[in-house]
Design a protein around this ligand. Sequence first.
Ligand code: FA5
Ligand code: MG
Length: 467
Amino acid sequence: MSLGTHLESEFRRLNLGARAGGADAAAAGAEPPWRRGRLKPTFSSPHLPPPLPPGISRASASIRTKKVCTSSAATDCVAAQIPRSDVITGRDDCNVTDAIHSRMGRGLHRRPGHPLSLIRAAIYEHFDARSGSEGSSFAKFDDLWPVVSAKANFDSVLVPADHVSRGYNDTYYVDADTVLRCHTSAHQAELLTAGERRFLVTGDVYRRDSIDATHYPAFHQMEGVRVFDQSEWGGEGADGTAFCQEELRKELEGLAKHLFGDVEMRWVDAYFPFTEPSMELEIFYQDEWLEVLGCGVMQPAILEAAGVDPATNKAWAFGLGLERLAMVLFGIPDIRLFWSDDERFTKQFSKGAGDKDAWRSLRFSSFSKYPPVFKDVAFWLPPSAEDGAESTFTENNLCEVVRAEGGDLIEEVKLIDEFVNKKTGRTSNCFRVTYRSMERSLTDDEINGIQTRVRERMEAELGVELR
Ligand code: FA5
Ligand code: MG
């Protein structure tokens, strides 16, 4: 699959990878042009860094976290640990918001008795057991600083200069050269260069994204990398890439079995700039296929730039979504719950704190389902969005505005209608915003107030004409 096709088809899911085959690819390829036209940066002048050869970032080389959250009380761990001015500069080349800053530094994946920490430990258990039998263990990193150079996040893993993920529409930039990492792959190159050959990196990552039950703009990934030398795949004549891919497949199927026992899953061909071949693993959950991880055989150029001879070494790499796996493992229905301080949620998992086997039996039981409130907003796109030029209106920008006003009360933002007025040629969209609290009933006044502010900001900031 060409990268061009990738750019057209993959924006909605905001993946660094795109499916290379199967029914989903056909569906994605059928995306109408007005959707493609939305793939524009937020800022009129995005000042993207020029393409650079793969290498190690200045910023990410020094990023072992000094400010660490170890408390199990959520309120002790708020973002005060990362000064606002470190990530919100007020300049044009910064698009980090207060809503995002408020998620930083929470350390959910390290917090005892949090589901993300429990699943992290359960995954470690799998890799520790594997390496025990092989005599060499996986190094584990879970405190690498999430603010990295654009070079580490993109260039060091060969993301092309024109790749959609680099845009301000998709990634949070602190400045033109510095981003909130959008994947843990940002640390591959520096760790390989530092001599690591088997490692796991767990951390919070950030993406401007759509809003629904399985997407959140701050989430957690675990990266895994393992390098093999040619003695392991049988020397010169043998196919090291095929060997590596097979090892990877077995490793991840073994992990899925360790976590879930028998679960319905499938492999889907994928594209990532940093692996070839590439695959994604999906698990059948709540009547749908849920993508839980991307992986593949590392591009030789990444090894080479890190001082590892690609002629005699091959590596696999994977990046898995911890929330998605924890949703399946514990039966958590909505990704917002991971951020909840409601004791009816946190207490269900805190008993896992000192018990290494607790994850095997813990299941989330819904404490209550409060009614949703639906609000539709219909508008004409700004003319720029229609002629394919850079536009202030994109779905990600809309989601950012909605989230800024509604926070975690927003359950979903979904396009429900779109048409072109034949006379004027203008395009109309209608989005449905679903409001629902995980913790209480909402009042009409409260939601009307939020929706009014959303509408005002849509006109003022996104250039749309409300209908
Ligand atoms: C990546 O991020 C690649 N870096 C993964 C990778 C690593 C591939 C190494 C090859 C080698 P992707 O964009 O598909 O790929 O994200 C990986 C996983 O993160 C997804 O499968 C999903 O489980 C999770 N994820 C992605 N976006 C979100 C989101 N907005 N909210 C929650 N989870 C998400
Ligand atoms: Mg993906």
